[in-house]
Design a protein around this ligand. Structure first.
Ligand code: CDP
Length: 240
């Protein structure tokens, strides 16, 4: 939680603490292929978030009894650097990062043609270097670009973005103060081409109408993210 609670999160003229309009996303930058030793990688800046994703594989899975004869096993590790947050985060997995790893894997797996890679493992690592809320979404966004950069066959990219409720307003892409002092947070991931949602969570309180509005707004955010993901890949592979 940020140390000092701001008096209000939305000003009288409807602007947020960082000057954004309610339906505005933070500045987003994506770069594909940033690590030499990974098969695929990506770097994402979303506002003050700084996140790296690395993909290794498809590679032989050991021990062999963990292999699936008809598909690849997808593994995902979300990790926050000790220096990524205000109060030093103890290194190593905690309940939160284990949960985020699980739901991120589940958000990405439907997009991967795992059946093309039997008996292998696809390992995805997300390292949060600086966190400012929305890291699970930015991590999924980065991981998806890293998977494509690794040449892994996918149905579509997975784009992720959150919406939230702040001072009674539904807002896109909450940052740290809004996440900490807002009323609710709705992270969403989807495959934009078909519109299939692969992650939808809600933390906090919202009416069913507000929830609908938040989902709609988060989907709009995903479309913006998707465009940037594709641009990053095109930049790396010389089409832009
Ligand atoms: O990052 P995300 O919004 O997906 O997850 P969260 O659990 O809602 O966390 C929101 C934010 O709280 C993180 O992005 C961090 O900025 C912050 N946080 C922190 O300061 N210390 C932690 N141990 C965990 C999260």
């Amino acid at each position: 939680m940020p140390e000092e609670e701001p008096e209000r999160l939305i000003s009288e003229d409807g602007l947020r603490l960082d000057g954004r309009k309610p339906d505005e996303m933070r500045p987003l930058k994506i770069k594909a292929g940033v690590l030499k030793r990974a098969d695929g990688s990506a770097y994402v800046e979303l506002g003050a978030n700084r996140i790296v994703a690395a993909v290794y594989g498809p590679r032989e899975l050991h021990p062999r009894h963990k292999q699936k004869p008809d598909r690849a096993v997808v593994r995902f590790r979300y990790n926050m650097a000790p220096f990524s947050v205000d109060e030093r985060k103890r290194p190593g997995p905690d309940r939160r990062s284990i949960e985020i790893s699980k739901l991120s894997k589940e958000a990405l797996e439907p997009a991967i043609f795992t059946e093309y890679y039997p008996r292998t493992a696809i390992d995805i690592f997300v390292e949060v270097l600086q966190a400012d809320a929305g890291t699970r979404c930015a991590g999924i966004t980065a991981a998806s670009v890293a998977l494509a950069d690794a040449g892994i066959e996918m149905r579509d990219l997975v784009a992720a973005c959150a919406a939230g409720k702040v001072d009674g307003h539904i807002v896109l892409d909450p940052m740290y103060y809004e996440d900490g002092y807002g009323e609710a947070d709705v992270p969403l991931a989807m495959m934009p081409k078909e519109g299939e949602i692969t992650l939808l969570q809600m933390d906090g309180d919202m009416t069913p109408e507000e929830f609908k509005k938040a989902v709609k707004l988060a989907k709009k955010g995903c479309k913006i993210v998707y465009k940037e993901q594709r641009r990053a890949l095109k930049r790396k592979y010389g089409e832009e």
